[in-house]
Design a protein around this ligand. Structure first.
Ligand SMILES: [Zn+2]
Length: 109
């Protein structure tokens, strides 16, 4: 978690991952989620259902960190969602979700 980003007052499971700007987003499958993980019970912003222990999730990069060059490999703010909720999406649909995230998510500082 970093700086408690939020959407409409809801804290979000946001962390950093490596991504190269301008490249298609590669989705890594993480899990199964351990009981007690910080994002257990937190809502997935794609389907609206909570992410639970035993499920698989992924990190969707949506904004380059201030220290990184958006044209190169760097650290990107990324939102955790269910893997299955985004893995089957067409690239334009995924990009639309990323664009939405970048508008919605503000740093809580
Ligand atoms: Zn979901």
């Amino acid at each position: 978690m970093t700086d408690n980003p939020e959407v409409q007052g809801q804290p979000l499971p946001v962390t950093f991952r490596r991504h190269k700007g301008g490249e298609p987003i590669t989705l890594h499958k993480f899990g199964p989620k351990e009981p007690g993980h910080y994002s257990c019970g937190v809502r997935c912003e794609v389907c609206g259902s909570p992410m639970e222990a035993g499920q698989y999730t992924t990190l969707v990069p949506f904004r380059c960190s201030e220290e990184s060059d958006p044209e190169r490999w760097g650290n990107w703010l990324s939102l955790e969602v269910h893997y299955d909720c985004v893995a089957g999406q067409d690239p334009p649909a995924l990009q639309a979700f990323v664009d939405w995230l970048d508008k919605q998510i503000v740093r809580g500082d």
